[in-house]
Design a protein around this ligand. Structure first.
Ligand code: SAM
Length: 255
């Protein structure tokens, strides 16, 4: 039975306590680019409904990925922004999010570094305002939200064994955790902003519940850590499901 554990707080101490083997870090951290997240104010909402979001925590300074290296599998989106801090690899992943559409002022693609020295691979999936190949009726919940389909594709591409724990230290809206749940993997996720933690909790819980893998009555399921606490790190055998806190999935207002 696949299980998940979600941490509301800083991922750095959590990662420090994890084993390096049988763990796959698949994540989309802050890129260190001061991403403009006030989409509405930026008049991006002319054609599609847009929302203003608060800036992404950690995006205001260069990102150092060193705490995520050394694990059995590592996949880091946005790595073109901090490539000088990563070892060489052949195994880059490119997500073409226009797939033939005209370029605009945003990137045509997003790029992920992997620690797999293998052929570079391309995923084509449109994700541009209202024009999306998936989640078409769902509103944006996070300024850097990625499609669940992207994470499903990555996990499948890398042929991650079923006993490996998938970890997303920077969950945002929880897209990676949803994909992990749908594919039947154990999952550990962290998110430092309470609003996004709640959104991710709701989505990840639903994904695991859908698969019938949710065990709400499990003992010792103290799974909602708060910022500043030092969690006992999960061992694979004690990961359990938990009750998601109530999430308001209406888009956040700018703060
Ligand atoms: C680029 S976003 C992830 C978006 C996500 N891939 C999605 O599809 O919604 C990075 C997230 O990391 C969170 N974050 C930043 N620093 C963190 C830290 N030290 N520990 C945990 N989460 C952190 C931010 O609040 C933000 O939600």
């Amino acid at each position: 039975m696949a299980k998940f554990r979600l941490v509301h707080g800083d991922c750095v101490p959590v990662l420090a306590g994890l084993p390096r083997q049988r763990v796959a870090i698949i994540s989309d951290p802050p890129y260190g680019i001061n991403l403009q997240t006030d989409y509405k104010a930026n008049k991006r909402g002319k054609l599609a409904q847009s929302n203003d979001f608060a800036p992404i925590v950690g995006d205001d300074k260069p990102f150092d990925p060193s705490h995520m290296l050394g694990f059995e599998t590592v996949v880091l989106f946005g790595a073109n922004n901090f490539a000088s801090k990563l070892p060489d690899t052949t195994g880059w992943i490119v997500w073409d999010k226009r797939d033939g559409m005209t370029s605009n002022d945003q990137s045509d693609c997003e790029i992920a570094w992997t620690n797999r020295n293998r052929a570079a691979r391309l995923f084509r999936h449109r994700w541009n305002g209202m024009i999306k190949d998936s989640e078409k009726t769902q509103r944006r919940l996070h300024p850097a939200q990625k499609p669940v389909a992207l994470f499903r594709w990555v996990i499948t591409l890398l042929e991650i064994p079923s006993d490996v724990l998938i970890v997303d230290p920077y969950m945002g809206s929880g897209a990676c955790g949803v994909a992990a749940g749908e594919l039947g993997y154990d999952f550990l996720g962290c998110e430092i902003v309470e609003q996004y933690f709640k959104v991710a909790s709701k989505r990840v819980t639903a994904a695991f519940a859908q698969q019938g893998m949710f065990n709400q009555s499990a003992p010792n399921n103290r799974l909602h850590w708060t910022v500043g606490e030092s969690p006992d790190l999960p061992s694979f055998s004690t990961l359990e499901g938990f009750t998601a806190p109530e999430a308001d999935t209406t888009p956040p207002a700018s703060q």
